[in-house]
Structure formats: C-alpha cells, structure tokens
Design a protein around this ligand. Structure first.
Ligand code: ZN
Length: 155
C-alpha cells in the first residue's frame, strides 16, 4: 500500500487527498504527533490509504513566482519580488528593487501562484535574513490562504 507523506501546518492540520477519487479532507494531525507511524484512513469511496505526517521542517518547494511586498505597518509602496522557494512557513525571494530590508522587518506580501486557478495569496511575514537582494522570510500567522497554499504544496 502506498504511503502518502503530508506536511503539517502551523495549526496542526493537514490536507489529505485520496488517490483513488481525488477527494480532499482536512485532518487534525496534532493529536497524532506522538505516534510516529503511518495512519490508515478510509475514504468515503472505500479506498484505504496510509498517511505519514511530517512535522519536522516544512516542505519547501522551488519555484519562480511573482509577488509584491510592502513594509508594515504603513502599506504605501508595493515593491516587486521574485519568489524562489515557498513553504507553509515562509518564502525565500529576491527583491527587484534596491533593497532597504532588514532582519525583523514586517511585511505584507501578495504572491501569485502558478496553480491552475492562478491563485493570489496574501501573507504577513517577517524578514529572517538578508543577503544582498536575497531575502529569507517567515509567515507570522495562519490564515484563510493556508488552505490554498497547502494544496499548492502537495507533493
Ligand atoms: Zn476516495
């Protein structure tokens, strides 16, 4: 039986997709944290599959996405960025402007995903490191966009 590896979000839930019928459902993985072995699930289509929850580190997807960011708390200038990697916990990006970002700066981001729906997500993030124009950032909260991002990141 195939074991599906899924990544757990900030809030302890994860999205699981049935390989047989494509139905998705949200599972509360937090309660299962100590099990450390795959969980067997039965879908409403009767297909049985195994899920392994990955808590350590978030799956980071290499990408090339367009986005904009602005510094908080005053959102007066949206600057362009190119996102090189994305996960449930943050993004790595290159700013296309001469940069004035510093560690611990708080940002609002608009990220354009290249999924079928061309989803746009908005996330608050904090700058973790700066290397020239390369920036590492972490999202600061869970929000309604996490579901879209979760689908986008499904391996
Ligand atoms: Zn199913």
């Amino acid at each position: 039986m195939e074991i599906q590896k899924v990544y757990v979000r900030h809030d302890g839930t994860t999205v699981v997709k049935c390989h047989n019928c494509g139905t998705t459902k949200t599972v509360d993985a937090a309660k299962l944290k100590k099990r450390g072995k795959p969980l067997k699930l039965r879908c409403s289509c009767q297909a049985v599959f195994q899920i392994f929850f990955e808590f350590r580190g978030a799956y980071r997807k290499k990408c090339s996405l367009d986005g904009y960011y602005t510094k908080l708390p005053v959102m007066n200038e949206w600057l362009k960025m190119r996102i090189d990697s994305i996960s449930m916990t943050g993004v790595g990006f290159t700013t296309l402007n001469r940069d004035d970002l510093r560690k611990n700066d708080r940002l609002m981001m608009k990220i354009f995903l290249d999924d079928r729906e061309k989803s746009k997500i908005e996330k608050r993030a904090v700058v973790k490191w700066v290397q020239g124009r390369d920036i590492g950032s972490s999202f600061v909260e869970t929000d309604k966009y996490d579901k879209i991002l979760g689908f986008y990141l499904m391996p």
